[in-house]
Design a protein around this ligand. Structure first.
Ligand code: KG4
Ligand code: ZN
Length: 496
């Protein structure tokens, strides 16, 4: 198992902000970020283009926070229009890759969705996800490179999601990145999945618009949090979900409504809600009594389930006639009422988070809303109003870069590379020798539970449920998906 520790040293920090160690206690080879600056001996000039340089570089250089310890970035690397970063994403159920230039131009991207594989299960099945990633990874990377009109030899670095996520899935992407790193002498940039969701807003809107510090609302299938972003790797969690993430609640409610859930039920529920009356069902707005920025979606999901049981017949959709016109209207009303209260909860928490964030960081540049649920049109239109009232610009990445994608990983790689938060190229001999070893022992650690930052003192300390299990198919999570999963389910699901 990995041990993680706080890094206090001012130099030679790991690219993660935690020092990953091998099981024998020794440190992985070549983990110092500043060595990667020359890309395994290939001298390239990389200038972080002015347009994309973090404005508060003083903050970044004086101490980046990542995970559980304060640290400094390694030697800065010039990242510019000549820099080509390949990003690889396999943390859950999408195999994605992209090539992004250091000045923020997206050259090529590819994605293989596993929607059809997991749909019948009503959630992600880790073993099937891993197998699908393994089958798709080479073709997806090749397609991204081909669309970019480039080759692996021309890359400056390979960035890969190391966590958080399902370890057996993350491993497929990391293994591919390790192999490419060794073969083409490329530095590896370990990327934090949730950070990547937030940072892609800087690519979309420009780093002049999304300067640090900014407030970010991250809403996906596995994560639901409000964070203050002070710099790359420097985040404070103002609040996160105590139970379900919003995407997870969308997925489960969609399934109960008999909607297709492959790749996430959110889009299907959103579509059905268009036909419904959002005031028809008086569902509760969650956590009104708690005056903080935490979220909870389990109660709302249960309320929707009870309405389905009472007015449609329940039975998880199995014994219900979905074709009846009245039932369709009832389902649409439930969908619309669920969505209305779910978004109201987001709205209320975001309003409070703006106040909290401004107490510590009055100079917020904007609000970023990212993650899969940020693709939802009702979420988008509702939050625009709040941002206007707070006199802050609101930045949403385009829907295709809200859900998991390779571009966010490649861009996050550019940002981290520029700060020296990369590992030098994997040694080709070592890679060959260790072909059969656990990739954590070679290079570029897997971090399935990588925290994005520390919690604000006002946030609830302990969340009830692990975000890692959020999108796992219910049968793999124990008898009741809402309860803590049993250790056998954890093993079955490949969660470490
Ligand atoms: O960010 P993402 O692709 O994967 C995770 O990191 O979890 O988010 C996937 C989640 C799924 O739960 C999916 O149902 C939800 O985002 N989602 C949506 C919409 N599009 C995706 N939820 C509501 N409305 C949408 N339009
Ligand atoms: Zn995601």
């Amino acid at each position: 198992m990995l041990t993680r520790c706080v890094v206090h040293a001012r130099r030679g920090v790991s690219a993660y902000g935690t020092c990953g160690r091998r099981r024998d206690g020794s440190k992985p080879l070549q983990q110092h970020a500043n060595k990667s600056a020359v890309g395994g001996g290939t001298a390239r000039t990389r200038t972080l283009s002015h347009a994309h340089a973090p404005k508060n570089t003083a903050d970044v250089s004086s101490g980046v926070f990542l995970g559980s310890g304060a640290l400094n970035a390694g030697a800065r690397v010039e990242v510019n229009a000549q820099t080509l970063v390949l990003g690889i994403e396999t943390s859950c159920d999408d195999t994605a890759a992209a090539v992004v230039r250091g000045d923020g131009v997206v050259l090529g991207e590819a994605i293989a969705s596993q929607a059809a594989i997991h749909g019948p299960w009503g959630g992600v099945v880790p073993n099937l996800a891993r197998a699908a990633h393994e089958e798709a990874i080479d073709a997806v990377v090749a397609a991204a490179l081909a669309e970019a009109g480039t080759t692996a030899e021309a890359l400056s670095a390979v960035a890969v999601t190391c966590g958080p996520g399902l370890s057996m899935c993350l491993r497929v992407g990391v293994r591919k990145a390790q192999k490419m790193s060794a073969q083409y002498s490329l530095p590896i940039v370990p990327v934090h999945h949730v950070e990547a969701h937030a940072l892609v807003a800087r690519l979309c809107a420009g780093t002049e618009a999304v300067t640090f510090p900014f407030l970010a609302l991250l809403v996906s299938g596995g994560h639901n949090m409000l964070i203050t972003a002070r710099g790359v790797g420097d985040y404070t969690i103002l609040g996160s979900t105590l139970d379900d993430a919003l995407g997870e609640a969308y997925d489960k409610t969609a399934r109960l409504l008999g909607l297709p859930v492959g790749g996430g039920g959110g889009p299907a529920l959103e579509k059905l809600a268009l036909e419904g009356d959002p005031t028809k069902y008086k569902f509760p707005v969650p956590l009104r009594q708690r005056k903080n920025c935490d979220f909870s979606y389990a109660g709302l999901k249960t309320a929707a389930r009870m309405a389905i049981d009472a007015d449609i017949g329940g039975g998880d959709g199995d014994d219900v006639e979905w074709d009846g016109v009245d039932k369709r209207q009832t389902r649409a009303d439930i969908a619309a009422s669920f969505q209305a209260k779910a978004v109201k909860h987001l709205e209320e928490r975001l309003k409070r988070a703006i106040v909290w964030a401004r107490e510590d960081t009055p100079d917020l540049s904007c609000i970023v809303v990212a993650g899969g649920v940020a693709a939802n049109a009702t979420v988008r239109s509702t939050l625009v109003k709040i941002a206007e009232d707070a006199n802050l610009p609101l930045v949403f990445p385009p829907p295709k870069w809200c859900t998991d994608n390779g571009v966010m990983v490649a861009w996050s790689g550019c940002e981290r590379l520029a700060l020296g938060l990369a590992e030098s190229a994997v040694d080709a001999d070592l890679e060959r020798k260790h072909e059969t070893m656990d990739p954590r022992d070679i290079h570029c650690n897997l971090l399935p539970r990588w925290p994005i930052g520390e919690k604000d003192g006002r946030a609830t300390r302990d969340n009830i449920k692990s975000a890692k299990t959020a999108r796992i198919a219910d049968p793999l999570r124990g008898a009741d998906g809402d309860r803590d999963i049993s250790s056998s389910s954890v093993r079955a699901a490949g969660i470490e």
